[in-house]
Every structure is written in structure tokens, then in C-alpha cells.
Design a protein around this ligand. Structure first.
Ligand SMILES: C[S@@+](CC[C@H](N)C(=O)[O-])C[C@H]1O[C@@H](n2cnc3c(N)ncnc32)[C@H](O)[C@@H]1O
Length: 361
């Protein structure tokens, strides 16, 4: 059997396997509904099995909808069902994974899938030779908000307590006086958190998306921060007078989305001070497809890539690296951009990301 091939199967076996796959898609949408309605939280708060009527009453919801949703949860083995009592029960180990603040961020992906499902026909149109090149960020209403929620949960305590200490000397340098740039910052959560913790340092957050930059600036004002500014900048064309300006640059989950990722890395390098550090946090994956086949998150991330990351890059006439560009290509592009001491690190408590830490000599 060649690498990556599935074991031999009959037509009937494949049809059954496809049925399971399609069912999993509906389970994902059911999980999104469970998160959105708070039904998982309600089930988790109950001290034992309950009927659908009791669950609906406790949740203040319509029983018929709750019962149909429970049926998906039972047949997908998320909720346990007692047919004699007609009761439903969410076991404790599943409550932990389905908790909005669970260590496993996968619980937030069903909502992302729901959001991306809205653009399936538009992306399908992009496949045609005479179809659109890609999709603008504006075609994804709700994306920046979803990402905002994810970043808050991932980073609120994790960033300073666990991520910053993985970069030797950064905490001391943050305390002593350095300039920091977060590029392609979206809603700028890392910058807002760091600016709050290190009030004597200067932070600049940039993104090409005006609405995100405005949101971050307003949020910064509401938090009473005077050391963080946000501005619209194309990462591939940073201002000429920013050369050798920053001691530390951070890009969270955004280099693979760029229309011109090589240009973006060159600009980051140019605008860093000699001796400066660059943290590129990106998706965990390998460059070669065959090296991702055994990764249980690979299909999900290729899906995110097909429906979002690739079309937003191609829309700008970009390269369309995709979310699964992989650590091998990432390292070689960092080398190409002249970064040195490149290290590939885990991101504490975030299994789906890798941290490429490197220097400008
Ligand atoms: C996946 S989002 C990540 C946002 C943010 N870093 C976060 O992790 O929440 C990618 C971001 O890259 C930004 N972006 C895309 N192309 C850009 C460019 N040429 N210059 C600056 N930002 C860009 C998008 O507007 C978007 O906010």
C-alpha cells in the first residue's frame, strides 16, 4: 500500500464511510448550536440525567427543538441516553472539552465552520477558469468577531504568563523599554494585553482592515491605554521611515493569509532593529500533504484554508499559501528573508499553532 492510501474497501464500505463523514458535518453544526444556545453549559450544570422536558425547562427553551438537537448529540455519542427513563446525560469528561474555556480550542471550530458554510457557493465559483480570483475579507461577516472571541480566550492570561516566558529575555526587555509592533493584528488582542501589562512600553498595532483597526483603537481608549496605537498599514509596504525601528515584532496567525508573504517578511525584517526578535505564530502543519495525513486536525485546517485563508490571499492577486503551508516552507521563507536563529516552538496551551522565533542579526 503506497503511503497515504487507505486500506482496500468495497463500494458499500466507502458509501458507509461517506455517510459517517457527512453525519460528522451535521454533528459539527449541532455542536455550534449547542455552544451558541448554551445547551452544553446547561447540560453541564445538571447534577444527573434529565428528560428533554426537564432540560428544555431548565434552559427556558422550546422542548421540541431541544429534543431534536439531543437526538443528534445522542447518535453522535456526545450525550448518553437512557431509553427506559428517556433521560439524557452529558458525562463529565465531555463537559470539560465542550466548556467555552476548555483547554482544547477545537470547541470553537464548529462556529467557524458555520460561518464558512455561508461562502461555500462563492468559493466553488472561484474554481471556474472564468470565476472570481478569490474572496475579500468583507465576504466573511462575523470573521473578525469570531477571531476576537478566540484570541481573548486563548491569550487573556496565557500570553503574559506562558507565551512571553518562552522568548528568552523578552519579559525583561518589555520591562526595560523597547518598541513593539504587532503586524496584521486584526482586533489587536495581543497588543491590548501586552500594553496593559507593560504600561511603560510603546506598542503599535497595524492591519490592512480599517474596521479592525478602528475597533482596536476604540477598545484601547476604553481600557485607558495611552501606550498603544493602531493604524492601517499594508504589511508588504510599511512606511519608509520605519526602518530599524522595532525591538520586537509579532504576527499572530496572519503570514499565511498574506497576498505577498515574502514581501511581508522582508518588510518585517527591514523595520526591526538589529538584534531584534520576531515571533511568527502560525498554523501547525507540514508542507507536504503526505506528512499531514495522520494529523487528526489536518482535514479541518485544509477546510479552513480552502474556504478562507487561500481565497483571501488570492483575492489580492496573491500567492495563496494556505493555512497548511507548513513549517518546512515557513522556515525556508524566514531564511530567505535573512532571519537567523530560527527556532520552531510549541505555543503554550494552543495545540494548533507553532511559534517561529527568530532574530535580525
Ligand atoms: C487570520 S487574521 C489574524 C488577525 C490577528 N492577527 C489575530 O490573530 O486575531 C489575518 C489578518 O491579516 C490581515 N491582513 C491581510 N493582508 C494584510 C496586509 N497586506 N497587510 C496587513 N494586514 C493584512 C487581515 O486583515 C486579518 O486581520
Amino acid at each position: 500500500m503506497a503511503h497515504g492510501q487507505t486500506p482496500a474497501e468495497t463500494e458499500e464500505q466507502f458509501a458507509r464511510r461517506l455517510t459517517t463523514t457527512v453525519s460528522a458535518g451535521f454533528v459539527t453544526l449541532g455542536v455550534a448550536i449547542g455552544m451558541r444556545t448554551g445547551l452544553f453549559a446547561k447540560l453541564s450544570s445538571l447534577d444527573g440525567p434529565r428528560t428533554s422536558i426537564q432540560i428544555a425547562e431548565a434552559a427556558g427553551m422550546k422542548e421540541r427543538y431541544v429534543r431534536e438537537w439531543l437526538a443528534i448529540m445522542v447518535t453522535s455519542r456526545i450525550v448518553e441516553y437512557n431509553k427506559e427513563q428517556r433521560t439524557y446525560f452529558l458525562p463529565p469528561h465531555r463537559r470539560a472539552v465542550l466548556h467555552p474555556h476548555a483547554g482544547e480550542q477545537v470547541v470553537h471550530m464548529p462556529e467557524f465552520m458555520r460561518l464558512l458554510a455561508g461562502v461555500v457557493t462563492n468559493v466553488a465559483d472561484c474554481f471556474r477558469q472564468d470565476g472570481p480570483e478569490g474572496m475579500p475579507y468583507s465576504a466573511y461577516p462575523g470573521f473578525q468577531d469570531w477571531q476576537l472571541g478566540l484570541r481573548k480566550r486563548e491569550l487573556q492570561t496565557n500570553l503574559v504568563a506562558n507565551f512571553v516566558p518562552t522568548i528568552a529575555g523578552l519579559k525583561e526587555r518589555l520591562e526595560s523599554g523597547i518598541r513593539i509592533h504587532e503586524a496584521a493584528c486584526g482586533r489587536g488582542i495581543p497588543t491590548l494585553i501586552l500594553a496593559q501589562h507593560f504600561p511603560n512600553r510603546t506598542f503599535v498595532g497595524t492591519d490592512i482592515d480599517l474596521e479592525s483597526v478602528q475597533w482596536a483603537a476604540t477598545e484601547s481608549k476604553e481600557r485607558g491605554l495611552v501606550n498603544a496605537t493602531f493604524q492601517v498599514q499594508d504589511l508588504a509596504k510599511l512606511p519608509a521611515d520605519w526602518s530599524d525601528s522595532f525591538d520586537y515584532v509579532l504576527v499572530w496567525d496572519a503570514v499565511h493569509d498574506q497576498a505577498d508573504p515574502e514581501g511581508a517578511l522582508r518588510e518585517i525584517y527591514r523595520t526591526m532593529k538589529p538584534g531584534g526578535q520576531f515571533s511568527m505564530v502560525d498554523i501547525r502543519g507540514h508542507t507536504e500533504l503526505e506528512d499531514n495525513i495522520d494529523n487528526p486536525a489536518a482535514t479541518m485546517m485544509y477546510g479552513v484554508s480552502l474556504l478562507h485563508c487561500t481565497p483571501v490571499s488570492l483575492f489580492f492577486g496573491g500567492r495563496g499559501l494556505g493555512a497548511m503551508w507548513g513549517q518546512e516552507l515557513a522556515v525556508s521563507m524566514l531564511q530567505e528573508a535573512r532571519f537567523t536563529n530560527i527556532r520552531v516552538l510549541d505555543v503554550p496551551n494552543i495545540a494548533g499553532n507553532l511559534h517561529f522565533l527568530c532574530h535580525k542579526p
